[in-house]
Write a protein that binds this ligand. Structure first.
Ligand SMILES: Nc1ncnc2c1ncn2[C@@H]1O[C@H](COP(=O)(O)OP(=O)(O)OP(=O)(O)O)[C@@H](O)[C@H]1O
Ligand SMILES: [Mg+2]
Length: 249
């Protein structure tokens, strides 16, 4: 049987911290690496769905599944069963008000959790509380899985950046990437792109290393999941006997 898709949830109870920005940019980073990507828009604001509508069909495709639209009588509530066949990566753009059964269902259907955080006292306080609530949540405790914090909109060498880094150093979860506060993110969002799509833009290229680092961390946490198509062995290599290191996918 084929390996399951990696399911990555981007969530924080604090609004405006960059969930949609991280979700769409991560989807692009994986799509550009040859993966078959589905982006699940869990937010009633439908920001990811709107972003995808602006995307040029000539760019690496990202299929959006809109969770806020109620499934029809014949569709299952579980988004996992509504994904296109052959999906390698599922990225869920969570919303800040996910509570109760909605939150439980998201937590049950996820392999990795990413929490974006902004470098302000208000965001640090709210984000810290969200992480504590997450790590003590009944569903999380019954099946703990990797959680990583992303420092978003950082302005290196400022006091607020320093404060965020200090806070992240005291957390029980790792800080796995940091993205600059740059207008290139808003520019990319306007046209349904991610910074990894924008190969001709110097400011966008500066960000690429952090996206690669984030994908590497995710891949290390989920070694038994589907690898993106370009990383899968060719069919001849796949026939090698089990135990051979080439049979990874
Ligand atoms: N690294 C960044 N640099 C500059 N602007 C950014 C960055 N990350 C996010 N933004 C901008 O901040 C605003 C909020 O980001 P975004 O919509 O991704 O947050 P969100 O957490 O999804 O918000 P909501 O809680 O409303 O869903 C947007 O205008 C976005 O373009
Ligand atoms: Mg959003």
């Amino acid at each position: 049987m084929d390996s399951p898709a990696r399911r990555i949830l981007i969530i924080n109870g604090k609004g405006g911290c960059g969930k949609t920005t991280i979700a769409t940019n991560l989807a692009v980073a994986y799509a550009c690496s040859g993966a078959s990507v589905a982006l699940l828009d869990n937010d009633p604001q439908a920001s990811s769905s709107y972003w995808a509508e602006q995307r040029d069909p000539k760019l690496p495709p990202i299929r959006v599944v809109a969770k806020h639209e109620r499934p029809s009588m014949y569709q299952t509530q579980s988004f996992h069963h509504r994904l296109p066949a052959g999906t390698d990566i599922v990225i869920v753009d969570g919303h800040s008000n996910a509570r109760g059964r909605d939150l439980e269902s998201l937590l049950r259907q996820t392999d990795i959790i990413l929490v974006p955080m902004l470098p302000s006292s208000i965001d640090i306080r709210a984000g810290g509380k969200f992480i504590t609530d997450l790590l003590t949540h009944r569903i999380y405790r019954s099946a703990p899985r990797p959680v990583g914090v992303i420092a978003n909109r950082v302005q290196p060498n400022t006091q607020t950046h320093e404060k965020l880094m200090q806070f992240l150093g005291c957390l029980d979860v790792p800080a796995v990437a940091q993205f600059r506060d740059s207008p290139v993110y808003t520019d990319a969002a306007e046209i349904g792109q991610g910074v990894v799509d924008m190969k001709d833009c110097r400011a966008a290229r500066k960000e690429t290393a952090q996206w690669k680092q984030l994908m590497q961390w995710i891949d290390q946490q989920t070694p038994n999941h589907r690898a993106p198509a370009r990383m899968r062995p060719r069919s001849a290599e796949r026939k090698k006997p089990l135990g051979d290191s080439a049979t990874t996918a």
